[in-house]
Design a protein around this ligand. Structure first.
Ligand SMILES: Cc1cc2nc3c(=O)[nH]c(=O)nc-3n(C[C@H](O)[C@H](O)[C@H](O)COP(=O)(O)OP(=O)(O)OC[C@H]3O[C@@H](n4cnc5c(N)ncnc54)[C@H](O)[C@@H]3O)c2cc1C
Length: 462
C-alpha cells in the first residue's frame, strides 16, 4: 500500500485535568459522573453529539442485568437507578420498582440522552462532544495526553488518569497496551447487530402476532431474509407503544476495520428495508408501515479488550463467583452471538448449533462447548462479581478500562457486556480514578476496600 508522511506539528493542550474519560457510553458516562462527584476535575470525550453509546447510537434496549439471574432482586443500583428514576420522571421509563419486576429496563433513548447531559453537567464534568480520540502521547509507560480531532482541529487533552470506555479500547490500542480481540481459536469477535423501530402498522392481537412471526420465520427458512430471529414485532425493548423495536440483524466481522463497518451498515439497512417492503406488500395491517428509525450505528458486541491482571471467565459466570475486590455485579449469561455472523437458524455458539460439522470452530471445539442454555447461566437468583483487577492494564499504569473494554475472556465478555453491568463498572472506574488522584497513587495502588466502601456509600450494591 502506498504511504505518505504526515509532518510533525505543535498542537494545543486544551484541557489539563485529573481524569479523562474516553467515550460516553454505558461504560463512560457513569465513570465521568462518579469521578466528578468525588472531586476530580473530569473531561469526557465523545465522538458523537450525544452520549449513551449503543444505548442511544445503537438504539439498544432494554438495559439488562439490573437484577439477579432469572430473579427480581436488584443487583445494580447507584447511578443506574438514578438514571432510571430520572427517565421515569420524564415519562420515558418505568419506575425503579416496576423495572425490577421486568426482564430489563425499557427506556426512550432521547430521554437517556438528556438525562446523561444533565447529570454530567450537574456533577461538573467538562464535555467535549463531536470529538474523536485519534492518538495518545506517552510519558514513559504512562499516558500523558490523548490527541483528539474535531471541527476545532487537532488538540490534546492531558490528564492524570485515563479511562478507556471507547468500546474498542482505542486508547489502550493507541498507547500500545496489551489488548485481546475475540475468541482464542480464530480471534473472531461476537457478531455485530443493530436495532430498528418499525411504526405505522395497525394493532394486532397476540394470536395474529404469533401468526405473523411464524410467517416471517418461514421466509427465513427459505433464506429470504438474513435475520437471526423473526421478532420484528418485539415491544419488550420499546418503552412507548407507538412502535416496535426489533433486534434481528446480524453481521460478522471486525468492528475496528472501517471497510467491514461500512459493509455492515449497508447490509443491516438493506435487511431492514427488505422486511419492511415485504410486510407492506403481503400483510394488510402493515400496508402503511414505515421505518421510524434505524440505529445511527451498527453495534459491535465484542471488540478489543485491555489485558488486566485478571480476566473474567465463563466459569466465573457459571459459578456466580464472588471476589474480594468485586466492584460491580453482573448476572447476564454467556450469550455468544455466532462470531462467523451466520443468521437463522444459527443463533448462539453452542454444541447444538445447526451448522455442526460445516463450521471448523464447531469441529475443533464442540466437545468443550456448552451443550444447552442452562450451561451458560449463573445460578438462578445469583450473580457474579466483576473484580477490580479486570479494570486495570498490565501495560499502562494510569489507564483504567470500563464497559466492554475490560479484561475478560470471550465467554466472560459475553456476560459482562450488557448495559446494566457496564454502568456499574463505569461508576466503579470513575470512583477509582478519583481516589487514585486524591491519594496520588496509580489505579493499581488504590485501596480496594476503601473503593468498595465508597461505592456502597454511593448506593451501589456490592
Ligand atoms: C445488537 C446488540 C444488541 C444488544 N442488546 C443488548 C440488550 O438488549 N441489553 C443490554 O443491556 N445490552 C445489549 N447489548 C450490549 C451493550 O449495548 C454494549 O455492550 C454496551 O453498550 C457497551 O457499553 P460501552 O460503553 O462499553 O460501549 P459503547 O456503548 O459502544 O460506547 C462507547 C462510546 O465511546 C464512543 N467512542 C468510541 N470510540 C471513540 C473515539 N475514538 N473517540 C471518542 N469517542 C469514542 C462511542 O461513540 C460511544 O459513545 C447489545 C449490543 C448489540 C451490539
Amino acid at each position: 500500500m502506498a504511504t505518505i508522511r504526515e509532518p510533525a506539528r505543535e498542537i494545543p493542550v486544551v484541557h489539563d485535568v485529573d481524569v479523562v474519560v474516553c467515550g460516553g457510553g454505558p461504560g463512560g458516562f457513569p465513570a465521568a459522573i462518579a469521578a466528578a462527584r468525588h472531586g476530580a476535575r473530569t473531561v469526557l470525550i465523545e465522538r458523537y453529539g450525544f452520549m449513551g453509546g449503543l444505548a442511544t447510537a445503537g438504539l439498544v434496549a432494554p438495559i439488562l442485568a439490573h437484577t439477579a439471574s432469572e430473579a427480581h432482586t436488584p443487583i445494580v443500583e447507584g447511578i443506574l437507578r438514578e438514571v432510571t428514576e430520572r427517565m421515569h420522571a420524564l415519562g420515558c421509563a418505568p419506575s425503579w420498582e416496576e423495572a425490577t419486576q421486568e426482564w430489563g429496563i425499557r427506556f426512550d433513548a432521547e430521554a437517556l440522552k438528556v438525562v446523561i447531559d444533565e447529570m454530567c453537567q450537574e456533577a461538573g464534568v467538562t464535555l467535549l462532544l463531536h470529538t474523536l480520540i485519534v492518538d495518545v502521547a506517552r510519558k514513559g509507560d504512562a499516558i500523558d495526553a490523548v490527541i483528539v480531532e474535531s471541527k476545532s482541529g487537532r488538540q490534546a487533552v492531558r490528564g492524570k488518569v485515563f479511562i478507556d470506555a471507547t468500546g474498542d479500547a482505542d486508547v489502550a490500542h493507541r498507547a500500545g497496551a496489551r489488548t485481546t480481540f475475540g475468541r482464542a481459536y480464530d480471534n473472531c469477535p461476537e457478531a455485530m447487530g443493530s436495532f430498528f423501530h418499525l411504526a405505522g402498522f395497525a394493532e394486532v392481537d397476540a394470536a395474529r402476532e404469533e401468526e405473523l412471526r411464524q410467517q416471517v420465520e418461514r421466509e427465513m427458512e427459505d433464506s429470504r431474509f438474513q435475520f437471526y430471529n423473526p421478532g420484528f414485532l418485539s415491544k419488550r425493548c420499546a418503552y412507548h407503544g407507538d412502535h416496535a423495536a426489533a433486534n434481528m440483524t446480524r453481521f460478522g466481522g471486525d468492528p475496528t476495520d472501517v471497510t467491514t463497518l461500512t459493509e455492515a451498515e449497508l447490509s443491516v439497512r438493506r435487511n431492514v428495508w427488505e422486511l419492511t417492503r415485504y410486510l407492506r406488500a403481503t400483510v394488510p395491517e402493515f400496508a402503511e408501515a414505515y421505518v421510524q428509525q434505524t440505529s445511527p450505528q451498527v453495534g459491535p458486541r465484542e471488540s478489543r479488550q485491555i489485558v488486566g491482571p485478571y480476566a473474567l471467565t465463563g466459569e466465573d459466570i457459571r459459578a456466580g463467583r464472588k471476589f474480594a475486590d468485586g466492584i460491580a455485579r453482573g448476572s447476564w449469561w454467556i450469550d455468544i452471538h455466532c462470531p462467523r455472523g451466520h443468521a437463522y437458524p444459527v443463533h448462539l455458539c453452542t454444541a447444538d448449533c445447526p451448522m455442526g460439522a460445516d463450521c471448523d470452530y464447531w469441529v475443533a471445539e464442540h466437545e468443550r462447548m456448552p451443550a444447552s442454555r442452562q450451561d451458560l447461566m449463573p445460578p438462578k437468583g445469583d450473580w457474579y462479581d466483576i473484580p477490580y483487577r479486570a479494570l486495570l492494564s498490565v501495560s499502562v499504569p494510569n489507564l483504567l478500562s470500563s464497559g466492554r473494554c475490560i479484561s475478560a475472556t470471550h465467554e466472560g465478555m459475553a456476560g459482562a457486556r450488557v448495559m446494566g453491568t457496564c454502568i456499574a463498572i463505569g461508576q466503579a472506574a470513575g470512583t477509582a480514578a478519583a481516589l487514585a488522584v486524591q491519594e496520588a497513587v496509580s489505579p493499581a495502588e488504590v485501596d480496594v476496600q476503601r473503593l468498595r466502601a465508597l461505592l456502597r456509600q454511593d448506593g451501589q450494591l456490592i
